[in-house]
Ligand binder design. Structure first.
Ligand code: NIG
Ligand code: FE
Length: 411
């Protein structure tokens, strides 16, 4: 079915297919067409351009977008939306003075979600997760990565990955699955860390590969969690199964996680709230996408990823939500884009690039999503009537989405 969108006030993020990511000064440029049309067919972008050059098309449906803008749906390259229950008590504990790390040391944190997840049935977990996915799609997310990591046994990790697989089958949105067995050490392995890493390497990875349940592998490389050597071992083992790394690094401490992730050709390194000059040197010598998660900084009251340091060093940067029950109970990419502008001093152009084309790169989905490009999926947001695209991050907290299209269908 052909659909023609006309009188688009501004068509945002129009790109040639050759552009896979934008770095440094290029991030300040957001290519747009004012007073544009957009033609889609069978869920794919076919043509776009100036209204004054509109060819004569025979179409099934014409949609008038006067006063409204169209931009590609957000690409959320880092989430943990498959989880069970919530952790409001830890939220209150932090208000009363405990830190995220103290709560984890007292047996809360990730292990709290692990206990809940292990006790939850596949069907219940699927229903809870599907609800979150529907929520973020309505907020404009049109491609998403989802991690395991709240199971920490083969059975529970596999349950999470099978939930992700079922979401992939049932929703019209590109989903990438990441195996994060190395998210925390289960309490049974508190005094036998090597034993847990052996279990990941000798049992979990081969079985997950056999069932083709994951696209990527992740490790929480952090003091008190997985060391640089542990990360090295796990990523080396994952390489045998062609699992590309996307790694949690530098959330609280810079312990050398970035260098080891880059050694393993990581697709992305995520968090980076602390970032040394040496880390920047490693990033400059790589194709790895740095990913910032400003909602996590906002919620935990920890430093924001130094976006200016990254971009001004001519590096690319992507933005993602980190939606999870502990550090970021929100999957709202509009809030992420606003927060990046307000707290990380990114311009609206930089933030929109980071949340679309660079996010697509961080999921290996550059050929499908992330820009308005002929041949890519017709996944886009139609805004309400707005004066400029800068109004989107400026009006933080307002919902300025009129409608979301996935594969050409209005959701
Ligand atoms: O990305 N830092 C590690 N993992 C998650 C938080 C997990 C949790 O607290 O449940 C994150 O912030
Ligand atoms: Fe995370």
């Amino acid at each position: 079915m052909t659909k023609l969108f006309i009188n688009i006030k501004e068509l945002i993020q129009v790109r040639d297919a050759s552009i896979k990511k934008v770095s440094g000064k290029e991030m300040a440029i957001l290519p747009t067409i004012k007073n544009a049309f957009l033609l889609i067919d069978k869920g794919i972008i076919i043509d776009f351009g100036l209204m004054s050059n509109l060819p004569i098309f025979k179409v099934d449906k014409t949609i008038d977008c006067s006063g409204k803008m169209i931009l590609p749906t957000w690409c959320d390259s880092h989430t943990h939306i498959v989880f069970s229950g919530n952790r409001e008590q830890e939220f209150v504990d932090r208000i009363n003075g405990l830190s995220y790390e103290e709560i984890a040391r007292n047996g809360g944190g990730i292990l709290n979600s692990v206990k809940k997840l292990q006790e939850t049935s596949f069907e219940d977990l699927y229903q809870q997760s599907a609800k979150r996915l529907e929520e973020v799609i309505a907020l404009g997310t049109g491609a998403i990565e989802i991690k395991s990591g709240y199971g920490l046994t083969f059975e529970a990790e596999s349950k999470m990955l099978r939930v992700i697989k079922k979401l992939k089958e049932n929703y019209p949105i590109p989903i990438k699955a990441t195996f994060l067995g190395a998210h925390a050490f289960p309490s049974e392995f508190k005094n036998n860390k090597k034993g847990y890493i052996d279990l990941i390497i000798n049992k979990m990875l081969p079985k997950i590969n056999e069932e083709n349940l994951a696209d990527f592998v992740d490790v929480f490389c952090e003091k008190g969690y997985f060391s640089v050597d542990d990360t090295d071992r796990i990523l080396s083992a994952a390489k045998k199964y062609n699992l590309i790394p996307k790694v949690h690094v530098n959330q609280f401490n810079a312990i050398g996680g970035i260098a080891i992730a880059i050694k393993h050709n990581a697709l992305s390194v995520d968090h980076l709230e602390v970032l040394t000059d040496e880390d920047v040197v490693h990033l400059k010598d790589s194709e790895t996408m740095p990913v910032a998660l400003p909602s996590c900084s906002f919620f935990l009251r920890i430093p924001y990823t130094p976006a200016r340091k990254i971009i001004d060093n001519n590096l690319p940067l992507a933005l993602a939500t980190d939606y999870n029950p502990g550090s970021t109970p929100s999957g709202n990419m509009n809030f992420v884009v606003s927060t990046a502008c307000i707290q990380m001093k990114m311009t609206p152009e930089e933030a929109i690039n980071a949340a679309s084309i660079n996010g697509a790169f961080a999921m290996n989905l550059s050929d499908k999503v992330g820009s308005i490009t002929t041949g890519k999926l017709a996944n886009f947001i139609i805004t309400k009537k707005i004066p400029s695209y800068g109004f989107l991050p400026y009006s933080f907290g307002s919902n300025l989405i009129d409608s979301v299209y996935l594969k050409g269908n209005k959701i």
